[in-house]
Write a protein that binds this ligand. Structure first.
Ligand SMILES: *Cc1c(COP(=O)(O)O)cnc(C)c1O
Length: 454
């Protein structure tokens, strides 16, 4: 039976000569086509070995066409985030400001003074483009930037605590997300984790008792993606700073989100800012560029100059260096803070500060397109990406409740799979679309997509 099936598999050349394959020939060079057909036939042999029967030549051609098309089209594509989760890691976190995008485009298009001083005509460093700006905004003595915050923490531990102990509260030896677990990062960095306290309660005395001549640092990890409630006790950063400085060890603060402005002015829970940590005297502070900062992916490290210099000169720094495009976007984003225009120019803060009445107007416009089965309901938007957990913003949602579950499934599938790829959320057999996370320029796209699935 199986051998009979195998005999039906055509040769590569025979398959390529089929009439149906003509359209492929202008699309990809011959060598690539041969490779795709070979890989397909290999897969076919494996599935026949597994008991499947051989498809027809027509089916084979269709599968090969599909594979060739998917390989040569851009799979990474824009989506419209109507989920109401402002920083969605799976959707690329923070959208960038116009200025940040222009800066990235300019850096991408041609050559730049990335590591070249226009004054002296000599080599300079890429970090010089943002260091002064970061110091001015945060009050820190020195700053360094790398490709993301996970590597920033890794670098700080490697450079400052290798083969020595780092003391962490059990309530903070956590997983941040995407398998970034504090204990694993410490192991990779070569630092030894010494856990103190309990999951819910840690006191300054726990840290005091654990410090020894083997201790290099105290690490504080900001709980950016969960909360502990009830019978809890946390040590204040200032107390940890005092202990660290009295024992001559380093205080490393993994702040996570890296907020630079007062989030409570927009009705969010107050998120400790980078300035707070600098003011409290933390030696080294690490945070993300693409969380509450609202910029491109980056890891920013600020703190005491002697320590930041050690990080800059560490070999790992080269392996995790920030690329020129993110650096350009980061610099432009930071300038918005300097000019005091974050809420007007940075999409993240524009979304957070949108008045409820605007959201209602937009949701109503969408609802009018669909007509029946729709209502505008009160709901909440969240920050996401492990930032300000438990803090939400009131919003107005377009709720679409089709007649049947089947219709809902079809509608959701069509909106997601067809361009412009609209992602909402589903609750109780209802599709919810939140205008807060939809960029204003995307409203027309939503309207026509909704018309097409009506
Ligand atoms: C998000 C986060 C990280 C990881 O930052 P990335 O920029 O995503 O690499 C590390 N620590 C904390 C506390 C975080 O919240």
């Amino acid at each position: 039976m199986a051998s009979n099936q195998f005999r039906q598999i055509p040769g590569v050349d025979k398959l390529l000569a089929e009439q149906g394959m003509h359209s492929l020939k202008g699309m990809l060079p011959h060598d690539s086509l041969v490779q795709i057909v070979r890989d397909y036939l290999d897969g076919l042999r494996a599935s026949i070995t597994g008991g499947a029967s051989c498809p027809t030549i027509k089916q084979m051609i269709a599968a090969i066409l599909l594979e060739a098309e998917s390989l040569s089209s851009l799979n990474l594509t824009g989506v419209i985030n109507a989920s109401g989760v402002i920083l969605h890691t799976n959707m690329g976190r923070a959208p960038l400001s116009d200025d940040a995008m222009s800066a990235i485009q300019a850096a991408a298009r041609g050559y730049s003074n990335l590591e070249f001083s226009l004054d002296t005509g000599k080599r300079s460093t890429r970090y010089g483009h943002v260091e002064k700006l970061i110091c001015r905004l945060t009050g820190a003595e020195a700053a360094h930037v790398v490709n993301n915050n996970a590597s920033a923490v890794m670098l700080a531990l490697s450079a400052l605590a290798k083969r020595k102990e780092v003391i962490v509260s059990r309530g903070q030896a956590v997983e941040i997300g995407g398998k970034f677990r504090v204990p694993d990062v410490m192991k990779q960095s070569g630092a030894k984790l010494k856990e103190v306290g309990t999951t819910n309660r840690t006191y300054i005395s726990d840290y005091e008792e654990a410090v020894s001549e083997k201790t290099a640092a105290l690490l504080r990890v900001h709980r950016s993606n969960f909360m502990t409630v009830g019978f809890t006790h946390d040590v204040q950063l200032a107390e940890m700073v005092e202990l660290a400085s009295s024992r001559g060890i380093t205080l490393i603060d993994d702040l996570g989100s890296g907020c630079l402005i007062d989030a409570s002015q927009y009705g969010l829970t107050y998120e400790p800012t980078v300035q707070d940590s600098v003011g409290a005297g933390a030696d080294v502070i690490c945070f993300s560029g693409d969380k509450l900062l609202g910029g491109p992916q980056a890891g920013i490290i600020v703190g005491k100059k002697v320590l930041i210099d050690k990080l800059k000169n560490h070999p790992l720094s080269r392996a995790i260096r920030i690329d020129k495009l993110c650096l350009a976007g980061l610099a432009a984003t930071l300038v918005h803070y300097l000019k005091g225009e974050a809420a007007q120019k940075i999409p993240l803060w524009c979304m957070i500060s949108t008045p409820l009445s605007d959201l209602e107007t937009r949701a109503t416009k969408w609802a009018n397109v669909l007509g029946e089965n729709t209502t505008i309901i009160d709901g909440v938007s969240t920050i996401g990406a492990g930032s300000i957990p438990g803090s939400t913003l009131p919003t107005k949602l377009l709720a679409v409740k089709p007649d049947s579950k089947q219709r809902l499934t079809t509608m959701v599938h069509l909106l997601r799979t067809r361009a412009p790829h609209i992602i909402g959320r589903i609750e109780k057999d209802t599709l919810l679309l939140d205008p807060r996370t939809v960029l204003p320029g995307e409203d027309d796209l939503i309207v026509s997509a909704l018309q097409s699935v009506r």
